[in-house]
Structures are given as C-alpha cells and as structure tokens.
Design a protein around this ligand. Structure first.
Ligand code: THU
Length: 130
C-alpha cells in the first residue's frame, strides 16, 4: 500500500464538485515513475452528466500523456466510514485503461481494502471483443 497515493485520493475528494449529492469521491493513480494523478467527481444540474472521480482521474491522466502500462496502483477515497467501490461505468472504464493486475485501494475513514482491477468486473466487455 502506498501512503502517498492514499493521501492524494483523500486530498482529491476535497476538490469534488458535489452540490447535489454532497457525496465527494476522490481517485488517484500511481505511476511507475512515482508520479500521482488525481480526479474528483464533478456533478451537473443535468444530473446524468455527472462524471465520477475515477473517470475524471483517468481522463485527465490520459490527456496528460499517461499510458496504461505506466499505472501501478489506483485508490478511490470517500469521507464515508463504510467501504465505497467504483460504479459499473467506472469499472468498465478502469478495465480498459488500467492494467488488470493493478491493485485498487478502496479508502474509507475506517479502513483501506484492496482488490485487483480484474476482480471488479467479472466477464467485462473488452476491446478484444470488438
Ligand atoms: N461517484 C463517484 O465519483 N464514483 C463512483 O464510483 C460512485 C459514484 C459519485 C457520482 C456522484 O457525484 C456521487 O458519487 C453520488 O452518486
């Protein structure tokens, strides 16, 4: 477990734009070179346009030139005392953009759990299926 990564995911949720749900989420990825990229959920008055923290993080990182093979770990953090795990849309996004063997840390105020990216979306739809 990488403390800097966990810390970054927690710091990220403090930047969330969540006037409607008041449910901030932060995500962070750790790269091989030690760099960390973060993202938070960004909501909209047209609720369906909301972007989750995980997808903000990965879209921003890829836009900065990050490649899938650069990513060695990912963390998703909330200020909740119970475990929160990525929604279905984010699991699909992560399946394609984060290596399948990557540890994903689910960070609550009480504990941090670890799950492998591949285990988040069994029988997921892959680019190879096209
Ligand atoms: N949310 C995330 O950012 N990531 C998830 O994986 C689950 C849900 C956000 C979306 C919305 O802004 C708020 O949490 C409540 O659903």
């Amino acid at each position: 477990m990488n403390e800097a990564l966990i810390h970054a995911a927690k710091a990220a949720y403090q930047k969330a734009y969540v006037p409607y749900s008041k449910f901030p989420v932060g995500a962070a990825i750790l790269l091989k070179n030690g760099d960390i990229h973060t993202g938070a959920n960004i909501e909209n008055a047209s609720f369906g346009l909301t972007i989750c923290a995980e997808r903000t993080c990965l879209s921003h990182a890829y836009s900065m030139g990050v490649k899938k093979e650069d990513i060695v770990a990912m963390a998703v953090a909330t200020p909740q005392s119970h475990q929160v795990s990525p929604c279905g849309a984010c699991r699909q996004f992560m399946r394609e953009l984060v290596p399948l063997n990557t540890p994903i840390y689910l960070v609550s105020t009480k504990q941090t759990d670890e799950i492998k990216n591949d285990d988040l979306l069994p029988l997921g739809f892959d680019p190879d299926d096209l």
